[in-house]
Design a binder for this molecule. Structure first.
Ligand SMILES: Cc1cc2nc3c(=O)[nH]c(=O)nc-3n(C[C@H](O)[C@H](O)[C@H](O)COP(=O)(O)OP(=O)(O)OC[C@H]3O[C@@H](n4cnc5c(N)ncnc54)[C@H](O)[C@@H]3O)c2cc1C
Length: 615
């Protein structure tokens, strides 16, 4: 099914749930107008819908071809990539001095969602290129920047991020790739990396690998890691292509999904001549990596939103077309209006109702839409916090925003990618048996979505990060300040006193108090029983997202209600209130149970040796 970029929805979420409008009022975004924003996102939406989306299913079917160390991308991908880069999309948020457009990160986040909805296997590559470019811009030596940054920002060359080795996945500090000083300021790299996204391909003439390795004699663990830039082709005279470097892909993986994104096994220096250039200081590679981690994790969260959006669009369209069954006996008013007359005896096929009129299908579609919008709002709010952390005029404002971004990032990554899979799974369910058949396309979304829960730090690791590092920020003041904001939204819904919100204020209030209670418990447990805090980390992250996502949807609904429903402004007050209410009354109500898992569930995990089965 065709993808239609939800530009109005995205604009509305940015402005009213994520704090973009306030950031603009505060002067963070210079003279960027509403019209500029709508024009950029409108054009991105057009490119995503018209150029990229048609490549998604064929790319999944054909996959990438590996022969003699080279990877051929699916038909049409090279042309689409070159048109995309030529239009300047690679450098939306990159600094103007390196050829970027210098737009806010939040604008790029909206674009990232659309590229990944259109074709997640396409959208992934540029995320890694820009992660590499950012780390080079922040830590690279001037000559390296001059040679590589303009081409990485323009997209003429693509980049990779390379941490993983067979024995070093989540435990990055265990990696063994070696670097030796060469005497001319460069290094010779020896080793191998696995699962490297876009490690080899034919979209660009050169590929710039950003590789973590250990310099001979460096300490064990992450304190001994250094970051290297390793070009596939060394720079030649005038910055063009020079000699081929001693590196190669020696296989690509066959995967559950993301078939058009080549996942490569890389080999460095097996002829003893792989040239690498240090980025930043020796043994400070992880510190450099951490600076771009928030943005890369947010981008993966946006992949979850993207796939959820596409699955929701497809399921909603199918549910309007597919006719099956009789009207539900006590269906909702909307369904009753569209029922055919029911003659006695068998219902003829023509009188079957569209499945969207069945109560359980409405439940699935509302769940899909509510989770997608909540995850989008959380991701965009994280992007705005990242912008504030760079652009706020005062140091205190920058520090507070940096802490807000740090707090929200693991939630944006893990919640959005969890719901990406859940929503894609519901998308299959809405299609019934047809959803399980590849031809329909619903199955691809599910297969593609799954990896985002794993890469860029598994979701289990995100939950641990939230509980052990982010909740304790400032002795808990950062998270408590955030919870205070959620309470203000609850008060605003109460004050609106609009019956259309149903029990939204009460349910969100209960979810927020459940989060507050679980937060205090976690803060205490980290000192007294850290293993118990870890046992509830995943439940805590979902609880956090339930309260935060519900609150952001309520903010959107309140803004829409204030604004009315002028055509074309994306406000859609009745629709937004309905989705916010559904989230509060049907999803955020899980908060109390989740809090109970956090505060009372640890022993059942920690004392359950017998339940793990015999070794
Ligand atoms: C398609 C694809 C693309 C990828 N692209 C890249 C890339 O471009 N660059 C790159 O460097 N890597 C890439 N990866 C690798 C990816 O980042 C890792 O697979 C991921 O970090 C997990 O590491 P692992 O596979 O070794 O799993 P493991 O680390 O072995 O984890 C297995 C399980 O144990 C859990 N676990 C592990 N340690 C802990 C702990 N301390 N506490 C609690 N739970 C723990 C994990 O959460 C997970 O559930 C890619 C992987 C795939 C499949």
């Amino acid at each position: 099914m065709a993808y239609r970029a939800p530009v109005e929805d995205i604009l509305f979420a940015l402005k009213h749930a994520a704090g973009f409008a306030k950031a603009r009022v505060d002067g963070l975004y210079g003279d960027l107008t509403d019209d500029d924003l709508a024009a950029v996102l409108g054009e991105a939406g057009r490119f995503a819908s018209e150029v990229l989306a048609p490549l998604n299913a064929p790319g999944d079917r054909s996959g990438t071809l590996f022969r003699d160390g080279e990877v051929t991308m699916p038909p049409g991908w090279k042309d689409a990539y070159r048109a995309w880069a030529a239009a300047g999309w690679n450098g939306v948020a990159a600094p103007v001095e390196w050829g970027g457009q210098g737009l806010p990160h939040a604008v790029n986040a909206a674009c990232i969602e659309m590229w990944n909805s259109a074709a997640m296997a396409f959208g992934l590559g540029p995320v890694l290129t820009m992660a590499g470019a950012n780390v080079l811009a922040s830590f690279g030596a001037e000559d390296l920047k001059r040679t590589y940054l303009p081409k990485l920002v323009s997209g003429e060359w693509m980049g990779t991020m390379e941490l993983t080795e067979p024995q070093a996945g989540s435990d990055v500090g265990a990696l063994r790739t070696r670097a030796e000083r060469a005497g001319d300021g460069s290094y010779r790299i020896t080793g191998g990396k696995i699962f490297i996204t876009y490690g080899e391909h034919d979209l660009t003439d050169n590929i710039i690998h950003f590789v973590l390795a250990r310099i001979a004699g460096a300490p064990d663990g992450i304190k001994g890691l250094s970051l290297f830039l390793i070009p596939k082709f060394l720079a030649g005279p005038g910055g063009g292509l020079g000699a081929r470097n001693d590196l190669r892909a020696n296989r690509i993986e066959h995967k559950l999904g993301l078939h058009a994104s080549p996942t490569c096994h890389m080999v460095y220096g097996d002829r003893g001549g792989c040239v690498g250039y240090l980025i930043g200081e020796e043994n400070r590679g992880m510190a450099a990596m951490f600076t771009m981690m928030n943005e890369a994790r947010l981008a993966v969260g946006l992949q979850g939103v993207a796939i959820a959006e596409r699955a929701t669009q497809q399921a909603a369209a199918y549910a309007r077309e597919r006719r099956q069954g009789r009207p539900d006996p006590a269906g909702p008013p909307g369904a009753r209006a569209s029922r055919p007359s029911s003659p006695a005896g068998e219902t003829p096929a023509l009188q079957q109702v569209p499945i969207i009129t069945h109560v359980d299908v409405r439940r699935m579609l509302l769940t899909m839409r509510a989770l997608t919008r909540a995850a989008r709002a959380i991701c965009f709010a994280t992007a705005v916090a990242l912008d504030r952390s760079r652009l706020a005029p005062d140091a205190a404002g920058r520090k507070a925003a940096q802490e807000r971004a740090a707090l929200l990032t693991p939630v944006a990554k893990a919640f959005s990618t969890d719901i990406g899979t859940e929503v894609a799974s519901l998308g299959i369910q809405v299609h019934g048996g047809a959803g399980y058949i590849e031809e329909t396309g619903a199955a691809q979304h599910y297969r593609d979505a799954r990896i985002a829960q794993i890469y860029e730090g598994t979701n289990g690791i995100q939950a641990i990060d939230l509980v052990t590092r982010k909740v304790p920020l400032n002795g808990g003041a950062t998270v408590r300040g955030y919870i205070a904001e959620l309470r203000r939204t609850v008060d605003a819904v109460k004050a609106a006193n609009d019956p259309a919100f149903g029990a939204t204020a009460e349910r969100l209030g209960a979810a927020t108090e459940a989060l507050a209670e679980a937060t205090e418990w976690v803060l205490a447990a980290l000192a007294a029983r850290p293993d118990a805090a870890l046992a509830g980390a995943t439940a805590y992250l979902r609880l956090f997202a339930s309260a935060a996502g519900g609150s952001m949807l309520a903010d959107e609904a309140l803004a829409a209600a204030r604004q009315g429903s002028a055509a074309g402004d994306g406000a859609d007050a009745p629709g937004r209130i309905a989705v916010a209410r559904f989230f509060a009354e049907n999803l955020a109500v899980q908060a109390k149970a989740l809090a109970r898992i956090v505060t009372e569930g640890a022993d059942a995990v920690l004392l359950a040796e017998a339940g793990l089965g015999a070794p």
